[in-house]
Design a protein around this ligand. Structure first.
Ligand code: MG
Length: 425
């Protein structure tokens, strides 16, 4: 015991000496860098969202573009080397234009000077819906109005059911924030049906929540999925017909809108139950809306796309099929099933996926995102909520805020935001 303590003391002394030596070295290095006139980064703020920059040589560019039509952004932070000053500071307003802005950095110690060219860029199209228009299936792809394949990335809201917690996020401000800060291009209103507090027990309340999300998506130029969120939709096909007829009548003329008629069927027969259900609801929608995309759930929690591929729906055009994956359970084996279904010509839409949770280190999520990008598959992360579970993007109370900081996000939220932000340039 004593010996150990003695060794620890010697060991600690050695470590201290090494640390001191390292600090001395670092100080020497810092003195050299002190002579330089440089900056490492600048952050800008627009409507509460922070836009980081990338510095490459003497060029500074935003890591993501500002929204369409934005003409000014405010300097939030500027990160200068030691002893440096610049002709720009936090709080200054910079114009967004085709011309660059010169930033001159001076080192007051060495008198060195360095000039950077800053370029702030806004999106050159109004919105994703303005850019892509009505989505259509073409072979195994979803294509835009010019028949080019489209892959969207966004967020699914949680079950809309009264009293479940996720309904607190059914707000237009949340949709606007996801559009601005996450660069989301598609959202999904997951309307609970048969479970407690769902559509069957409170039609008006749940339809109102769905309309809040759809109207906000229209205002922000996003795509929006209207989802009949149940595992037993075939038991309520008449109610589904009523609901989707109402939605198609209200929104069927908007390119933004996509109908998802059965969230996650259980292990139920595709030819005997699910396909007939889908055909009944599709027929009702097509009586009102001849052209918007309809997404159909597949057996076993929307994983058996192979069963739909073997017997696809032929009564209508513009039908895609649901694939859901959660990276803790679903890996290469499910990607292989989905890839085989794609090869038969089946268009697939990932209306839900979930990361492993509680960490940003999720290699399987990276593999799935790569698969989505390669195959031009759209995907929505489950879910916009603060429930204590691995798939929530937000920490409690976030719905009360008009802007969310990094500290308001879970690790899952940060990981998903990384993918979504980088999806559409
Ligand atoms: Mg239409």
């Amino acid at each position: 015991m004593h010996l150990k303590k003695g060794l620890n003391f010697i060991g600690l002394s050695l470590i201290l000496m090494i640390v001191l030596a390292a600090c001395a070295k670092k100080e020497t290095a810092a003195v050299i860098s002190n002579q330089e006139a440089s900056l490492s980064s600048i952050d800008f703020e627009y409507n509460g969202s922070i836009f980081n920059t990338l510095v490459s040589g003497n060029n500074i560019n935003l890591s993501r573009v500002l929204p369409y039509g934005v003409t000014k952004a405010t300097v939030k932070n500027i990160y200068l080397a030691e002893n440096c000053t610049a002709n720009i500071k936090a709080g200054d307003v910079v114009n967004v234009s085709n011309n660059t802005t010169s930033i001159v950095v001076k080192n007051t110690s060495s008198q060195k000077e360095n000039s950077y060219q800053l370029q702030l860029t806004a999106r050159n199209y109004i919105s994703v819906v303005d850019k892509y228009g009505l989505l259509q299936t073409l072979g195994n792809k979803i294509v835009d109005k010019n028949k080019n394949p489209v892959s969207l990335a966004g967020n699914s809201f949680f079950w809309s059911n009264n009293g479940w917690g996720g309904e607190n996020y059914y707000k237009s401000q949340v949709v606007s924030w996801l559009a601005l800060d996450w660069g989301t291009s598609i959202v999904r209103a997951a309307m609970g049906v048969d479970d407690n507090g769902g559509y069957l027990s409170d039609k008006l309340g749940n339809v109102t929540k769905v309309k809040t999300i759809v109207d906000a998506a229209l205002a922000n130029g996003l795509y929006v999925i209207i989802d009949w969120h149940t595992e037993s939709a075939y038991k309520y096909s008449d109610e589904a017909v009523t609901f989707f007829t109402e939605m198609a009548t209200l929104y069927g003329k908007n390119d933004n809108v996509i109908y998802e008629i059965f969230n996650e069927p259980l292990d139920i027969s595709w030819p005997k139950v699910l396909k007939p259900y889908a055909e009944k609801v599709i027929t009702a929608i097509r009586k009102v809306d001849p052209d918007n995309l309809i997404i159909v759930g597949t057996p076993t929690w929307s994983q058996r796309v192979d069963l739909a591929a073997a017997d696809p729906i032929t009564i209508s055009n513009n039908i895609a099929y649901t694939l859901h994956f959660y990276t803790v359970y679903h890996k290469q084996a499910l990607r292989d099933v989905a890839t085989a279904a794609l090869k038969t010509g089946l268009p697939i839409f990932v209306t839900e996926w979930g990361p492993i949770g509680y960490t940003q280190n999720d290699p399987e999520a990276e593999l799935w995102m790569e698969w989505c990008r390669t195959n031009m598959i759209s995907h929505l992360a489950w879910s916009v909520n603060d429930k204590a579970e691995e798939w929530s993007i937000a920490r409690p109370g976030t719905f009360n805020l008009t802007t969310w900081e990094d500290a308001n996000l879970t690790e899952s939220g940060k990981l998903e935001r990384k993918f979504i932000r980088s999806w559409i340039k």
